[in-house]
Design a protein around this ligand. Structure first.
Ligand SMILES: [Mn+2]
Length: 367
């Protein structure tokens, strides 16, 4: 018995829209077609997709939906295919549930299904809004009841799988952590499961050995923060005594950051030589004061250059500044409300947080 675990396709992603827009659909489709071929060659018994198949939660592009339905049809022609929804997924995907397509299952709620040799447990993304509306303990209480249920319903005669779109605590550096996000401890997940298929984090990674727990990651590198990630999908083989995994690496564009300490003539010349032969997408970071001229020169003369940044040595880096900004917007709004009404009107703050998150999830390439 073998399964293919893939995740976070983010179909319809456009990268670097502020400077040089690149439509990543063809690249993603190519990687996914490669996975379809791999699933066929391996003759897998089951295909698990752990969410975020579409990048834009609101008004995804028709082209992206065309690729989505084609790939889902191809996978489901090979084996029963289960898609558990993530935070990016367009709500309209649920409508696909109504189509009588054999072997395709769209999962939008916490559920359990027996399929052949498999007992499948599903946990779609937990809407953070729910946890804001309810008491603070809502997420924790809900999750412990979910895991108790799963523990009680494990079928010893079958292969037990959990497929979830969720953030496991402690995997992402604190500066990229989202304070609003529901996170779970890996230790909460029942050990009786034979495999835990995770989605949400874009780097293919093995989280735990017992139970065996992996993020399949995205099939392509979505942004420069992911340039060193392993990208692909996971074949899980249950035929031996111990569950074995094998990684299928996907064909994709290389993303690379070039770091330079200055933009002297010499430094620019050596950079130009490197860029001339580079195939893929490039970000250049200068540890020097901003120069529009240098930025323009690189952006206009080298097709591969998608981003030029200037950083101050003493600053820690872009992400932290960005996150700081995000955090401050809510704080500033709270201060404003306090000043205007004398006390903190929580419902108003929550509404702004909700809207802010919606915009963020539609535009950001994060997870
Ligand atoms: Mn996600």
């Amino acid at each position: 018995m073998k399964i293919l675990h893939t995740s976070d396709w983010h179909l319809g992603l456009e990268s670097w829209t502020g400077s040089k827009t690149v439509d990543r659909l063809a690249e993603t489709e190519n990687a996914l077609r490669f996975l379809v071929t791999a699933a066929k060659k391996e003759s897998v018994d089951l295909i698990i997709i752990t969410g975020d198949v579409v990048h834009n939660k609101i008004s995804p592009k028709i082209e992206a939906l065309n690729v989505l339905t084609n790939i889902l049809a191809e996978f489901s022609s090979l084996a029963p295919t289960f898609l558990v929804l993530g935070n990016h997924d367009w709500r309209g995907i649920k409508a696909l549930k109504n189509l009588p397509v054999k072997n395709l299952h769209i999962i939008d709620s916490r559920t359990e299904i027996s399929s052949g040799e498999f007992k499948l447990f599903f946990l779609p993304y937990l809407d953070f809004q729910k946890t804001l509306d309810e008491s603070n303990d809502f997420a924790g209480d809900y999750l412990s009841s979910v895991f108790t249920d799963i523990r009680n319903n494990i079928d010893r005669e079958k292969i037990n799988l959990l497929a979830a779109h969720i953030m496991i605590e402690g995997l992402i550096e604190s500066e990229r952590e989202n304070s609003m996000e529901v996170q779970i401890k890996a230790s909460m997940i029942p050990t009786g499961l034979d495999y835990v298929a995770l989605g949400h984090i874009h780097a293919l990674s093995i989280v735990e050995q017992s139970p065996l727990m992996c993020y399949a990651g995205s099939p392509i590198a979505m942004d420069f923060g992911e340039e060193k990630d392993r990208k692909g999908a996971i074949i899980v083989d249950f035929s031996g005594e111990r569950t074995k995994i094998r990684i299928v690496d996907t064909p994709r564009k290389q993303l690379k950051t070039f770091r330079k300490t200055d933009y002297s003539e010499q430094s620019l010349e050596s950079l130009s030589n490197e860029l001339k032969s580079f195939e893929g997408y490039v970000r250049v970071i200068f540890n020097a004061p901003p120069s529009n001229e240098v930025r323009k020169y690189l952006m206009e003369n080298f097709e591969c250059v998608k981003k030029v940044e200037f950083r101050n040595e003493h600053e820690k880096g872009g992400y932290q500044n960005l996150n700081q900004q995000k955090f401050d917007i809510i704080q500033l709004y709270q201060a404003y409300i306090k000043g205007k009404y004398g006390n903190l009107e929580q419902p108003m703050v929550k509404l702004v947080e909700k809207l802010f998150r919606e915009v963020e999830q539609t535009e950001a390439t994060d997870n």
